[in-house]
Design a protein around this ligand. Structure first.
Ligand SMILES: *Cc1c(COP(=O)(O)O)cnc(C)c1O
Length: 407
């Protein structure tokens, strides 16, 4: 069976060059970088080299990079660390309703601790109203947190403009750049931003490693207590192989960025145009202007079909994609991102995300465009919604039935 992987916003394969760079740091160069002896010194150099490589992706200085365990940790650290460090100044945080759970749930946890959070709405294209953002700022606002690009739709937010608003009002600005990293430039010299979070496994490094850009002079509370690693900001013996891997992945991403952008965008645009022109009742989720979306992401709703059943049919054809609903996991809640965009609940349930990488090929796109229409047709014929004049959302039982019917 063919195996086509189009779920790169969920995770990516480790790049062979990344793995190769990591290998010496398991058995040979195994020292603890905090040790003074030769074994420690050998490894300390590798970490500082990786820090330089990550710094080049951010275009910051190496001293402004903190290694951590993942994107979720970076988001938690940026937000909770700021809340704690600046609580004497205010208790108000501004974020958006379409953030990753690592941001949303951190903000919700802070609300329980007495912080106030404004969750900015988005329009039907998934975009923010910057006037609304600016109007939400009060003298109690200590943090603005807006993602660089959205993981579900690929929408790119106007980080430069938001940075200017933050600067004008002297409010700290954090951005979750986990999806933007490696796909578009995340240059902290070009935009005014104080904290930028990235994750290794979304850019060809292993899972369980991440980094944060922390602008020089930004006060933030420690995330983990213990040893003095990472200039006292994040305790814990360094994950040396993964840090080396993250450095290598950043290096490769930076070198290939323009080339990969053009290639992946060509594939995505071909898939997008093919789906929209050959299948009826399909809706694009995200900004219609492809320049305002990541080059690799396509999110579409196939009306009348439950997303999970589509994924099961895809899987039988070797195609790995993801959906905005999670019937099979027991939750009938459609994605909060689709909800925030005001996507009709039936369409939200049928949303499907293809997230490509430079490993995908034209032949794979052709294969999907050939396999997809009959699958959609078959599922529509099975759907209790298809052909009804006023489709109502699937009931729990209907949803299970459609899903089970897929075997
Ligand atoms: C994947 C992802 C995260 C979480 O990163 P982990 O390393 O898996 O913790 C955070 N934000 C966005 C936008 C993501 O896509």
């Amino acid at each position: 069976m063919k195996k086509i992987y189009m779920d790169n916003n969920a995770t990516t394969a480790v790049k062979p060059e990344v793995l190769e760079a990591m290998l010496p740091y398991f058995c040979e160069q195994f020292g603890n970088p905090s040790s003074v002896h030769w074994a420690g010194r050998m490894v300390g150099g590798a970490i500082e080299k990786a820090r330089e490589q990550v710094a080049r992706l951010f275009n910051c200085s190496a001293a402004e990079v903190i290694f951590n365990s993942c994107g979720s940790e970076g988001d938690n650290h940026a937000i909770k660390g700021t809340a704690d460090a600046l609580k004497h100044k205010g208790n108000h945080i501004i974020t958006t309703s379409v953030e990753h759970p690592a941001v949303l749930e951190t903000c919700e946890a802070l609300e329980k601790d007495g912080f106030e959070v404004t969750y900015l709405k988005v329009d039907h294209n998934g975009m923010l109203d910057l006037a609304e953002l600016e109007a939400a700022i009060t003298d109690k606002t200590i943090l603005i947190s807006v993602m660089w690009a959205n993981n579900e739709t690929g929408n790119i937010f106007p980080i430069e403009e938001i940075g200017e608003i933050a600067k004008k009002h002297k409010v700290r600005f954090h951005t979750d750049a986990v999806q933007a990293a490696g796909k578009i430039a995340i240059d902290v010299r070009k935009v005014n931003v104080d904290m930028v979070v990235i994750s290794g496994h979304k850019i060809g490094a292993p899972k369980g490693i991440g980094a944060m850009y922390l602008r020089r002079g930004t006060k933030i509370s420690r995330f983990m207590h213990g040893g003095h690693q990472e200039r006292n900001r994040r305790a814990g013996t360094h994950n040396v192989p993964s840090i080396v891997g993250l450095g290598a992945a950043c290096d490769i991403a930076l070198k290939n960025m323009d080339k990969d952008y053009a290639y992946v965008r060509h594939l995505r645009d071909k898939l997008e145009a093919g789906i929209l022109s050959t299948i009826s009742d399909v809706k694009l989720n995200g900004h219609p202007d492809a320049n305002l979306r990541l080059p690799n992401t396509l999110n579409v709703s196939f009306n009348y079909i439950e997303g999970e059943s589509l994924l099961l049919f895809f899987d039988m054809k070797g195609i790995a994609a993801s959906s905005g609903s999670a019937c099979t996991s027991g939750s009938l809640e459609p994605s909060h991102v689709m909800g925030a965009m005001g996507v009709d609940i039936v369409l939200a349930h049928s949303s499907t995300r293809f997230s490509l990488s430079a490993d995908n090929t034209d032949e794979e796109i052709d294969y999907i465009l050939q396999e997809l229409p009959p699958i959609v047709q078959k599922l529509r014929e099975m759907s209790p919604l298809y052909g009804r004049d006023n489709p109502t959302p699937l009931s729990c039982d209907e949803c299970r039935m459609v899903t089970k019917a897929c075997g």
